[in-house]
Design a protein around this ligand. Structure first.
Ligand SMILES: Nc1nc2c(ncn2[C@@H]2O[C@H](COP(=O)(O)OP(=O)(O)OP(=O)(O)O)[C@@H](O)[C@H]2O)c(=O)[nH]1
Length: 542
């Protein structure tokens, strides 16, 4: 069994695709799936695009929710590997969700629009990848358009994202003079021909980067590319696997997703360079992927489209061992046992019933609230995986029901939406009005809409005076619980409890924080907390 398991793990790649909206993530995803033969026509990937023309933002989100259950995780087979591809929501208001998706992958594919270079959302996402040392592959897209010079792009990525860039391919020209890419490793040029429906692997290949044919055929743009390559070869370091795996060095590829050009190289790089599932830290110990026993962690919860059923899908990353349908799983937090029979996988864009899954795979477990974000599932062992982040909200609202008789429904609805990670809910220690905290404005609209349609509660969402939240803790050496209680007693008027009862300081101005920190040097203030009240020390700024 363990030899089989080790082999299954070795053949797995699990990665997220990240970019600023409109860089071509959807298009690239679709082409990757086409290449691997996972789909004939990337139906649901295309469908996602159609929703973009919806009239209002939250309606769009509503529609996307349904589609994205199917399209947010995709599995494909390529060159003997099982590749799990996780999509990340493009809208920055939903970046918390994206951050959590990034905890479930072993690598990330960054798509850059060659005209726009590094954009704000790329920067934010990269910060999270860097904090976790996630290896990153870079695809520079839209070379068929008027774009930035490749040297300038390379420089920008290095400077802005703090990684060394190692080009694996180099473009010859751009826009209508885009001739193709020089493959620096295979010593050949792949010639570009436009066409959305171009079949994989049919491009013309000319051997030898210095082949005189290239100069004759492409003239100036070839000469320029050859000159740039010389510069790059002198300046850029050689590819170093350890640096790549540590997230400090990124292989860079050029292409045009819409023209199906340069996509196969990316898929090959995922197989050849991206790492298989590795060990994952839990509070109690480190878990190896090829351990015999199953363990997994819930990193995303998504409500299903059918509000009448209220079922939700918990997305679980298998951290170790093998999952088989019908096996008993212990939810470590609650001690409850689950025996999921209708676990789904996401092969070929359809939710299919799944019989088995291995470390690295993503499985979906429909449930009615038994599973929460961050939950660890095991065959019995008491284990809690760490690392699922919750960010201190930056926007706050108070929430009340129009009809006081619906108070119970409001609380129930908010509890579920909070567990799903759609919003953060705080109960102030003084007073009874609930507070909502979000990272993006759109989250409030979605919550109001869903409260009404899924829970039958018309909620009044009103301005709140807070702008800053910090989770507070105190280490044992600094007085621990006792000192924390002293702090809480003295500040209860500006403290609230979050969904897992972690005490949180709420402030109107960031400036107040400094004064409080000075007065309470033994208390730690955190902008990021992990599931189960554990805390990251690190500040993840903008
Ligand atoms: N010219 C050109 N256009 C492209 C290329 N790849 C994608 N596009 C276009 O760029 C636009 C955005 O592409 P998408 O794939 O929808 O971008 P996205 O990153 O998924 O966007 P979000 O879903 O908003 O995150 C679409 O109109 C694509 O047709 C390319 O290689 N060349």
């Amino acid at each position: 069994m363990s030899a089989e398991l080790a082999e299954q793990v070795r053949q797995r790649r699990t990665f997220a695709i990240i970019s600023h909206p409109d860089a071509g993530k959807t298009t690239l995803t679709e082409k990757l799936l086409l290449f691997s033969g996972a789909i004939q026509i990337a139906g649901s990937v295309k469908a996602r695009k159609a929703t973009r023309h919806a009239t209002s933002d939250w309606m769009e989100i509503e529609k996307q929710r349904g589609i994205s259950v199917a399209s947010s995780v995709m599995q494909m087979e390529y060159r003997g590997c099982t590749i799990n591809l996780l999509d990340t929501p493009g809208h920055q208001d939903f970046s918390e969700d994206t951050y959590r998706v990034l905890t479930a992958v072993d690598a990330a594919l960054m798509v850059i629009d060659a005209a726009n270079g590094v954009e704000p959302q790329t920067r934010r996402l990269l910060q999270v990848c860097r904090a976790r040392n996630t290896p990153i592959l870079t695809f520079v897209n839209k070379m068929d358009r008027e774009v930035q010079e490749p040297l300038a792009l390379m420089d920008e990525i290095e400077r802005e994202l703090g990684m060394t860039v190692v080009p694996f391919t180099w473009p010859v020209g751009m826009a209508k003079f885009f001739g193709g890419v020089l493959d620096l490793r295979k010593d050949q040029m792949r010639v570009f021909s436009p066409g959305e429906d171009r079949v994989a692997g049919t491009e013309e290949i000319v051997d030898g980067l210095a082949n005189p044919v290239l100069n004759e055929r492409f003239g100036d743009v070839y000469e320029q590319a050859a000159g740039e390559i010389e510069l790059v070869r002198e300046a850029a370091p050689a590819f170093d696997e350890a640096e790549f795996l540590a997230g400090r060095q990124t292989p860079m590829f050029f292409g045009s997703a819409v023209n199906n050009f340069g996509v196969q190289e990316v898929l090959d790089a995922l197989v050849d360079l991206a790492p298989p599932p590795g060990p994952r830290p839990a509070i109690q110990r480190t878990v190896e992927p090829d351990e015999g026993k199953f363990t997994g962690v819930v990193f995303k919860i998504q409500a299903n489209m059918d509000p009448a059923h209220r079922d939700r899908i918990a997305f679980l990353r298998v951290a170790s061992g093998k999952f088989s349908r019908g096996m008993n799983l212990k939810v470590v937090r609650s001690g409850k046992t689950l025996r999921p029979n209708t676990v789904v996988t996401f092969m070929s864009q359809k939710r299919e019933l799944l019989d088995e899954a291995f470390a690295g795979d993503i499985i979906g477990i429909p449930n009615h609230g038994v599973l929460q974000l961050g939950d660890t599932l095991t065959e019995g062992e008491a284990l809690q995986f760490t690392g699922l982040p919750f960010f201190a909200p930056e926007l706050f609202r108070s929430v009340e029901v129009a009809d006081p008789l619906k108070t119970k429904q409001l609380r129930a609805g908010l509890t579920q939406l909070g567990e799903e990670g759609a919003i953060q809910v705080f109960r102030p220690m003084a007073g009874s009005v609930l507070l909502l905290g979000a990272v993006g404005q759109l989250q409030f609209e979605v919550v109001a809409h869903r409260l009404e349609h899924e829970y039958g509660v018309k909620a009044r969402i009103m301005p709140a005076r807070y702008n800053v939240a910090r989770w507070v803790t105190c280490e044992e050496a600094d007085g621990g619980e006792k000192e924390l209680k002293r702090f809480i007693d003295a500040n209860s008027h500006r403290l609230a409890l979050d969904a897992v009862d972690a005490p949180t300081l709420l402030l109107e101005y960031a400036g107040e924080l400094r004064a409080i920190q000075e007065n309470w040097p033994k208390i730690k203030f955190h902008a990021l907390r992990e599931h189960a009240g554990l805390v990251f020390q690190q500040r993840m700024g903008d």
